[in-house]
Ligand binder design. Structure first.
Ligand SMILES: [Zn+2]
Length: 107
């Protein structure tokens, strides 16, 4: 697996087992509709994390499934920490978008 190129260095040690989205690629082709969310749409125990990106990055992403729909959660560790969601989509589209996100073609 490729090592991260984070300028933060050792600030967030890399556990090294999750994907690192490309954030140096050309401008993303797909702009996801991220929305900050404060209300609880899905209770945590009904929401499954299918995939996630490495926690050593300043911004990490989770691929969530709940009730047959799929969403992404984006967590930025800048201060203050911000959380936003994109989706929901049906599985085929969500998997396609997740793939684009990992290769830096969607943001
Ligand atoms: Zn990492």
């Amino acid at each position: 697996m490729a090592q991260p190129t984070s300028p933060e260095g050792e600030e967030w040690p890399c556990p090294g087992f999750a994907a690192h989205p490309c954030n140096w690629a050309a401008p993303a082709e797909v702009a996801l509709d991220w929305r900050s969310e404060t209300r609880k749409v899905n209770s945590p125990n009904r929401q499954r994390v299918i995939a996630y990106t490495c926690s050593c990055q300043e911004t990490s992403y989770e691929f969530l499934a709940a009730g047959g729909l799929y969403r992404f959660r984006r967590v930025s560790r800048r201060t203050p920490e911000t959380v936003a969601y994109a989706g929901p989509w049906h599985r085929v589209r969500a998997e396609m978008l997740w793939g684009l996100l990992i290769v830096g073609q969607a943001q």
